[in-house]
Design a protein around this ligand. Structure first.
Ligand SMILES: NC(=O)c1ccc[n+]([C@@H]2O[C@H](COP(=O)([O-])OP(=O)(O)OC[C@H]3O[C@@H](n4cnc5c(N)ncnc54)[C@H](OP(=O)(O)O)[C@@H]3O)[C@@H](O)[C@H]2O)c1
Length: 249
């Protein structure tokens, strides 16, 4: 088993949902966590929670779309804690709509955050991990990165891109630089993700879905991330496909 106590983790999208829950779980396992997002008030509350349970956290105001903000945030963490051992590339959004509604701003936003943002953070952290000859990168895909659903065409495209990038990244840097890469593909998780849906019909559909099954909690995903991070050093849990039992599709 890999002991992650004292290891340094960077979690993007840590201000809510899966990211916040994962930062807490990593901190509980002893990791020192850099918590990154745009809403710093939420990060402050999370930092207090981590500190009150005896953990260590560094707040990082970061917009993953802005490469300069990402680089500054990664430098701040490396300077403060000395290394970056675990990266959880989690920031993302899912405003659903049909393509023929032409909500092109939302399409571009998803590509910018879910794909380009993830690439920005990877590019900023990877040199540090290569220098250390160790590290573990978690990339947040989705069930929508394995299957395609109506109303999710662009979102599915972004999450398929994350899955494809993760597998290629694993092949390129795993053996060469001793860096593990895990692609996570959750089903329905109870978070703020659905709050950003501007299409009334799809918003209603997601609310109805929540009445049909017990969604996962962000902490369930945090647990699986800690599980993979704690796997023995020679083990790369390359994929995690985690669903509510009642999600029958
Ligand atoms: N909930 C689900 O059912 C589900 C299922 C599969 C996969 N996922 C994926 O899980 C990830 C986390 O989502 P969630 O469900 O936890 O939703 P959430 O509660 O809405 O969290 C999204 C996080 O992304 C951050 N974010 C968005 N845009 C950002 C930007 N430009 N720069 C930095 N951070 C940004 C948000 O922080 P700020 O707004 O403070 O910046 C927030 O912390 C996403 O990648 C999502 O696609 C979710």
């Amino acid at each position: 088993m890999t002991n992650i106590s004292g290891k340094v983790a960077l979690v993007t999208g840590a201000s809510s949902g899966i990211g916040a829950a994962t930062a807490l779980k990593l901190a509980k396992a002893g990791a020192r966590v850099g918590i990154a997002a745009r809403r710093t008030d939420k990060l402050e509350a999370l930092k207090s929670e981590i500190v009150s349970m005896g953990g260590e956290a560094l707040m990082i105001a970061m917009d993953v779309v802005d490469a300069a903000s990402v680089e500054a945030g990664v430098k701040k963490l490396a300077d403060a804690f000395g290394s970056i051992d675990i990266l959880v590339n989690n920031a993302g959004l899912m405003p659903l709509s049909d393509v023929d509604q032409f909500k092109t701003n939302e399409w571009h936003r998803m590509v910018d955050v879910n794909v380009k943002g993830l690439l920005n953070v990877t590019a900023a952290v990877l040199p540090q991990m290569i220098g250390q000859h160790s590290g573990h990168i978690f990339n947040m895909s989705s069930i929508a990165g394995r299957k395609v659903f109506k109303g999710l065409s662009v979102y599915c495209a972004t999450k398929h891109a994350v899955a494809a990038f993760s597998d290629g990244l694993r092949m390129e840097i795993g053996q060469k630089h001793n860096i593990r890469v895990t692609c996570i593909q959750p089903g329905a998780v109870a978070t703020e993700l659905y709050d950003h849906i501007t299409d009334a019909r799809y918003r209603q559909q997601m609310d109805d879905l929540a009445k049909q099954m017990t969604f996962l909690q962000g902490s369930d995903i945090g647990d699986t991330i800690v599980f993979a991070a704690q796997a023995p050093a020679h083990v790369n849990v390359a994929e995690l496909f985690v669903l509510p039992v009642e999600q029958g599709w």
